[in-house]
Design a protein around this ligand. Structure first.
Ligand code: MN
Length: 253
């Protein structure tokens, strides 16, 4: 098995190397990650400026690639021939900060996984519900365990696994649960300031997002000490609403 490892926190992020080293136990790996942090960058495709793919040496002495592009650019470049062969699996993470519910639309970690799926390669996104630097050994070894499951079973087309780890020491994690995406509640606030030239500028600030902890959701699982695995499908068609929409009787003219 050949695994492409990427993230959105950047090549120097503390959780990237532990993830790669755990995956090294079950597969051949190549790390190809952005040269800086792209958190909450969504799913860009860089089309109007050149992209770099520079060789870098990771702290353990292994060779990797770093790109000026976004997480999906790293995956796209890899699949277009920057790496020598087509990976069997894309693994993205381990992100610092959870990616729950609607976060999947903002997350660069998820975007890298989605880029793999769009290109027909199974993918897993891993995120940790904490911004603290912690011992990543437990989550990383679980990531390798799950990657092996995906290798054994395969994943259906057009879907990826979105995995979130709770913010508790690994020994205190209660178990693994299969979930659905929950309902994130963002608590964004407008922060208005004035620059030295007198022009206003703005931040999207506010408290970290909360969520509705309904049973069965990723938000519930992580809040209650479980590893959450959500199978996410890329077909977002609201099938059940098509009939209602037909009844609107929308005319061309
Ligand atoms: Mn991130």
């Amino acid at each position: 098995m050949y695994i492409l490892v990427t993230n959105d926190d950047g090549i120097e992020a503390p959780a990237l190397l532990p993830l790669k080293q755990a995956l090294d136990q079950i597969a051949e790996t190549i790390v190809f990650a952005p040269d800086h942090n792209w958190s909450a960058s969504g799913h860009p495709k860089t089309m109007h400026k050149p992209l770099r793919a520079d060789p870098v040496t990771l702290p353990d002495g292994s060779q990797a690639l770093s790109s000026s592009g976004a997480p999906p650019d790293c995956v796209a470049l890899a699949l277009l021939g920057i790496i020598e062969r087509r990976p069997d699996l894309i693994v993205s993470g381990i992100n610092l900060g959870s990616n729950l519910g609607y976060d999947v639309f903002y997350s660069g970690t998820v975007a890298a996984a989605v880029e793999g799926v769009i290109n027909g390669i199974p993918a897993i996104a891993f995120s940790l519900d904490s911004f603290e630097a912690v011992d990543y050994t437990g989550p990383a070894s679980f990531a390798a365990r799950l990657a092996q499951h995906v290798a054994d079973h395969g994943l259906p087309a057009d879907m990826f696994l979105n995995v979130n780890f709770p913010a508790v020491p690994w020994e205190e994690v209660k178990g693994v649960t299969i979930t659905r995406l929950g309902r994130r509640v963002y608590r964004d606030e407008l922060v208005s300031r004035v620059d030295p030239r007198g022009r206003p500028y703005y931040w999207i600030g506010g408290k970290p997002p909360g969520g509705v902890p309904d049973g069965g959701t990723d938000i519930w699982a992580v809040a209650n000490g479980y590893v959450s695995i959500t199978p996410v499908h890329l077909d977002m068609t609201a099938y059940h609403f098509r009939e209602d929409l037909r009844r609107w009787n929308i005319q061309l003219r």
